[in-house]
Every structure is written in C-alpha cells, then in structure tokens.
Write a protein that binds this ligand. Structure first.
Ligand SMILES: *[C@@H]1O[C@H](CO)[C@@H](O)[C@H](O)[C@H]1NC(C)=O
Ligand SMILES: *[C@@H]1O[C@H](CO)[C@@H](O)[C@H](O)[C@H]1NC(C)=O
Ligand SMILES: *[C@@H]1O[C@H](CO)[C@@H](O)[C@H](O)[C@H]1NC(C)=O
Ligand SMILES: *[C@@H]1O[C@H](CO)[C@@H](O)[C@H](O)[C@H]1NC(C)=O
Ligand SMILES: *[C@@H]1O[C@H](CO)[C@@H](O)[C@H](O)[C@H]1NC(C)=O
Length: 409
C-alpha cells in the first residue's frame, strides 16, 4: 500500500531527468550545476560519453598523455574545461574544435612537449581565458606554443597565464596575434630582458605580471616597450635588481611612471649595501653613477683644463710643422749651408794640419827660419780673421790660405 509512493519517490529521486543519464565511470556528474568531475582517478584518457548537458568539466590529477579532437565530442554546451595536472604531453590538431562554446581552458600543471600548430583552433574563437601555468615541458614547447597562438585564431582571448614555465626569453611578437588580450601573466619564469617587439600587437593590455623573474634591470629599449603598452598596470616585484649605475634609466622611469602598481616590491637585490632598498627614489649618487657634486665639478674643470692644454699644444705643434713646411726651401738651404760650413771647417783644420806637415814647408823652414816665422805670423794673423770657425769660409779665403804662404815668401 505504501510501497508505490516510495517507489515513485525513489524513481523520481534516482531517475531525475538528468541524473538518469549515464555518468562515465570514475567521474561524478552533477546535473543541477551541470558539472562533471573526474578527479584523481588515474584515467589514461578523457572519458567518453560525458553528459551533453555539462557546462563545466573538471578532469584533474590523472594520467592522460595525449588529448585530441576525439577526446571531446558532442560537448557543445561546455564552457569551462579544467585539465590541470594530468601529465598531458601532446595536444593534437583541433583538439577543442567541438567545444564551440569553450570560454575557459585550464591546462596548467602538465608537461606539454608537443603542441600542434592548430591545437587551440576553435570555430568562432570563443576562448577567453587560457591557463598554461607550469605546463610547458621545454623550449621546443614554447616554440610550438608560439606557433599555436599564431594559428589558433585566438582573437577573443582576454587572459593568458604562462607563469612558472622557466621561460628565459619570449620570441619577438609572440603575442601579436592576441590583439584583445587584457591580462598577461608571466610571473615565476626566468626572464632577463624585455626587447622591443616583445609585446608588439597588444593594444588592450591592462595587466602585465612580470614578478619573480630574473630581471636585473630594464634598459631604455625595454622601458620604451613597456611605455608602448599605454595605460597598463605592470607588476615588477621580486626580481633580482642590481642597483648599479646601469639601473639609472629604470629608476628615473620608476620615479615618474604610474604604471607599476607593486613599486613597494621593486627592490635592490645587490649590491649588499643596498639590498632590499626600494628602487623608486634612489638617487644617482646612491647607485654610484657619479662622485659627489663638488668633486664632480672640480674633476670636470680639471678635465677641461687638460683638454684645453692638449688642444693648445696640438695647435702649436701644427703651426710649427706648417711653418717648417712653408720654409722648406730655406730649411734645405740652411741645412746645406750648415753642412758645408762644418765640412769646410773640418777641411780647414785638415789643411792646416797638412801645411804643418808639408815637406815643402819643411824645406822652406829649413832654408830660412825667418821665413818660417813669417809664415807662422801670417798664419796667426790669418787665423782670427779666418771666418771659417764662425762662418762659412769662402773659396777665396781658402785660396788665400793656400796661396798666401808662397806669396808672402
Ligand atoms: C546543450 O544544452 C541545451 C539546452 O540545455 C540542450 O538542448 C542540448 O541538448 C545540449 N546539448 C547536448 C549535446 O546535450
Ligand atoms: C592558472 O592555474 C594556476 C594553477 O592551477 C593557478 O594558480 C592560477 O591562478 C591560474 N591562473 C589564473 C590567471 O587564474
Ligand atoms: C623537448 O622535449 C622533447 C620531448 O622530451 C624533446 O624531444 C625535445 O628535443 C626537447 N627539446 C629541447 C630543446 O630540449
Ligand atoms: C615557481 O615555479 C616553480 C617551478 O616552475 C615552482 O616550483 C614554484 O612553486 C613556483 N613558485 C610560485 C610562488 O609560484
Ligand atoms: C628619483 O627621485 C628622487 C626623488 O624622489 C631623486 O632624488 C632621484 O635623483 C631620482 N632618481 C633618478 C635616477 O632620477
């Protein structure tokens, strides 16, 4: 008598319209919230026959190595898929093509090594948020992903999380095919520099997270690239900033920018005397760019005077050389004259020596000691007037010397 209503009640309870539909083994299906969960069930693949009413599918903590287009069929109502921590290594072409209403895709905590260029392509570009945090296996995967972002038709993507991927560099223009991206998370990587072109093509970025990377500074071209992003909130904290003179541009940019929202966390990591000092407001002296101002001025004036002295000396040397050049004929003449003079002087001495030892003179002197005295007198008289010593002796004088003794005899 009472069994029928109980059966009816049970029937209604157990076979509520959605509840009655099958739920894949190892999964829990919640018709009311339109959610299917397959959590930590050591699944080796995405279970088939997920109920068509599902809007949110959570498959995490399993052992699914590969996903492809056959993993997700007839799931037109799914808007959110969470596939984190499944050890997924391969993503085939058009994996999510059937999920025409997919807005949120979480692939974090996987080991993607192979990403097909069109893996992320979905007709109508419905995807708005993609979480690839801690999901790229190595650098090849980054290259694959760059291609997939390019070929994925992700014009509707608003949020991209690439944090914790050991990224050391970002291929130029990596995000240029995500024109509507508003939030880009690159925290907890190994980035050391932003180059011009790194963020090209993003005109609607609102949040850029670069915290916990390996930036030692941001150079002028990097700051320009950040400036190009326009009205964006940038997070730059927890990087190993080296507060040496090279960080000057970055500090003066921090001094005036309003874009950096976590400026409190932007602190020096080296040198030790500045460890943990906030970068904004650091003076050029503190980062060791210049010696104190007075010394600087003194130093500068000293330098200027050295430079001036150098210029003057250079000028004098040039004038000297120029004069020498202009006067080159005179110089030549002068040198020749000098040479002749000296040769003549030497010849003069030589001659006198010869006269002294001339056997004829010897004979003469033997003939007449008076004549010899006369000659000696003539020579001694001649000597002072002999300009040879101070001036160029003329041929005449030499003739005089050579001819005078006989004449005087
Ligand atoms: C998606 O949801 C609509 C409305 O709830 C439903 O009519 C349709 O059958 C669902 N799609 C699938 C594949 O179950
Ligand atoms: C992406 O996933 C990670 C880990 O699952 C999570 O911590 C992070 O908040 C997610 N990113 C966004 C933007 O929600
Ligand atoms: C990345 O990992 C894959 C799979 O382990 C490997 O085939 C590839 O050579 C690796 N690439 C690099 C650059 O290490
Ligand atoms: C940063 O990334 C490493 C490895 O990717 C991870 O082990 C660590 O938990 C992450 N740290 C934070 C704060 O997310
Ligand atoms: C930053 O601003 C402080 C004052 O707020 C100033 O003393 C310092 O010189 C500035 N630093 C640079 C590098 O412009």
């Amino acid at each position: 008598m009472c069994i029928f209503p109980v059966l009816v009640f049970l029937g209604v309870f157990l076979c509520a319209p959605h509840q009655c539909l099958e739920c894949p083994s190892g999964c829990e299906c919640f018709a009311v919230t339109r959610t299917v969960k397959c959590v930590s069930k050591a699944l080796l693949s995405v279970p088939p026959n997920i109920p068509g009413y599902a809007r949110t599918v959570v498959i995490t903590g399993n052992n699914i190595h590969k996903i492809g287009p056959d993993s997700f069929t007839e799931l037109e109502n799914v808007t959110n898929i969470i596939l984190s921590n499944n050890r997924i290594t391969e993503m085939a072409s058009h994996t999510f093509s059937a999920l025409v209403n997919l807005r949120f895709l979480d692939l974090s905590g996987n080991q993607l090594a192979l990403i097909h260029p069109e893996a992320l392509r979905i007709p109508g570009s419905p995807l708005q948020e993609l979480n690839l945090s801690r999901s790229l296996h190595n650098f090849s995967a980054l290259t694959d992903l760059t291609t997939a972002l390019r070929w994925g038709g992700l014009g509707g993507l608003l949020r991209l999380d690439l944090s914790g991927n050991h990224l050391a560099l970002l291929p130029p223009g990596m995000f240029s095919h995500l024109p509507n991206l508003q939030q880009l998370f690159l925290a907890n990587n190994s980035l050391v520099a932003v180059y011009s072109g790194t963020f090209s093509g993003m005109n609607h970025l609102e949040v850029l997270d670069l915290t916990r990377n390996a930036f030692g500074t941001f150079r002028a071209d990097a700051l320009q690239e950040l400036e190009k992003l326009g009205n964006v909130r940038i997070l730059l904290g927890n990087n190993p900033y080296a507060c040496t003179c090279e960080i000057r541009d970055f500090v003066s940019w921090l001094n005036k920018t309003k874009a950096v929202v976590d400026v409190e966390a932007v602190r020096c990591s080296s040198p030790s005397r500045l460890t943990d000092t906030q970068l904004r407001g650091l003076s050029v002296q503190a980062i060791g760019c210049v010696v104190p101002v007075l010394a600087e001025v003194a130093d500068l004036s000293l330098q200027t005077s050295y430079v001036f002295l150098g210029l003057v000396l250079g000028f004098v040397a040039m004038v000297f050389l120029f004069v020498l050049y202009l006067n080159r004929k005179g110089m030549k003449k002068w040198i020749n004259e000098m040479r002749d003079a000296c040769r003549d002087v030497l010849e003069g001495y030589h001659y006198r020596y010869e006269i002294d030892s001339d056997p004829r003179l010897g004979n003469v002197s033997a003939d007449s000691s008076r004549a010899q005295r006369h000659l000696a007198l003539a020579l001694s008289q001649q000597l002072p007037s002999d300009t040879c010593i101070v001036q160029v002796p003329t041929d005449l004088q030499i003739k005089q010397v050579t001819t005078s003794p006989p004449v005087n005899l």
